[in-house]
Write a protein that binds this ligand. Structure first.
Ligand code: NAP
Length: 298
């Protein structure tokens, strides 16, 4: 029997509708959450992502500001821009689109964003609070989106054995931390696999929930998944497809047509984790605005 489809598009639309209502409510209290995106250079993929983020922000009613800086912007100049946004009361969330052109040190820029405005959740203060499950923090958008997909599709990870394939700082590691939290979407038993994992198939087959973020197109095949597993595919790739009109197709890290025949539920790619990432950015911006208002009135 074919698996239930966990649609990131549908869950995303549901959350964005909730956010639209929340933003309208906040406006009555004089709170207008503001997101600033910073794009350095003219990388076409980055231009597209930033455009999508601003459009999505405006659609749920956020104040959104796009700063586009020339490719020759120096690290010092960019740090100055970030400092200005840190001090700007109209801005609650700062997103510096990665990758940054050479020789700008991305780590330095991420560290310069004030943790309370770090809506990408990559500043070491937020990373540390998430890892230690302590204090307020903003979680990285892609792993936070995976958690929402699981919870909202009635596949709560609590008490389940979750296998995460991938240990990147962007996806695998923070996802493992979120899954371990003693909170909504957490309380899972977590195994993290990576390129040195000895018998990947044995590990993936032991999962009740399998989240794949390995960056290799269609690597997880049907025989690597035990019947009844819940599968979330974080991967997204453009692969050549001479037979198609565009000459390419988009796929994930999971061989969808095979795995959907053994899994109980599966997220597609495209249409899975991708739309959730932007939605969680909007959600983080609203969360940051509410926290800023609470601090101001304390
Ligand atoms: P990454 O930084 O390249 O990390 C890949 C991880 O997979 C690494 O930890 C690597 O292990 C592990 N890995 C590689 N080959 C493996 C193998 N043969 N067996 C087991 N593990 C293996 O990638 P990422 O940034 O986490 O992204 C992963 C995927 O998600 C990519 O396809 C990316 O495009 C996609 N993504 C999508 C979104 C979205 O919004 N939809 C957002 C972010 C990323 P080592 O650590 O040992 O090298």
């Amino acid at each position: 029997m074919s698996a239930q489809i966990i649609s990131g598009r549908d869950i995303s639309a549901e959350i964005r509708a909730e956010l639209t209502d929340r933003v309208a409510e906040l406006e009555k209290d004089g709170i207008k959450p503001g997101l600033a995106t910073v794009l350095v250079g003219e990388n076409p993929a980055s231009q597209m992502y930033v455009g999508m983020k601003n459009k999505a922000a405006a659609k749920v009613g956020l104040h959104s500001r796009q700063l586009t800086l020339p490719v020759e912007t120096s690290e010092e100049e960019l740090l100055g821009v970030v400092a200005g946004l840190n001090a700007d009361p109209e801005i609650n969330g700062i997103l510096v689109q990665l990758p940054l052109p050479d020789p700008i040190d991305e780590g330095k820029i991420i560290e310069a964003i004030h943790p309370s405005k770090d809506v990408d959740g990559l500043n070491p203060v937020n990373v540390g609070r998430l890892a230690t499950d302590s204090g307020d923090f903003l979680a990285p958008c892609t792993p936070a989106g995976v958690i929402e997909m699981l919870v909202r599709s009635d596949n709560d990870p609590s008490g389940k054995h979750v296998v995460v394939v991938g240990r990147s700082n962007l996806v695998g590691r923070p996802l493992a931390s979120l899954l371990l939290r003693k909170d909504r979407g957490g309380n899972a038993t977590v195994t993290v696999a990576h390129s040195r994992t000895a018998d990947l198939t044995a590990v993936t087959r032991s999962a009740e929930i399998l989240v794949v973020a390995m960056g290799i197109p269609e690597k997880i095949t049907g025989e690597m998944v035990a019947p009844g597993t819940i599968v979330i595919d974080v991967g997204t790739h453009r692969v050549d497809d001479p037979g198609s009109e565009k000459g390419y197709r988009v796929c994930g890290d999971v061989l969808f047509d095979e795995v959907k025949e053994v899994a109980a539920a599966i997220s597609p790619s495209p249409g899975g984790v991708g739309p959730m990432t932007i939605t969680m950015l909007l959600s983080n911006t609203v969360k940051a605005a509410v926290a800023a208002a609470a601090r101001a009135s304390a």
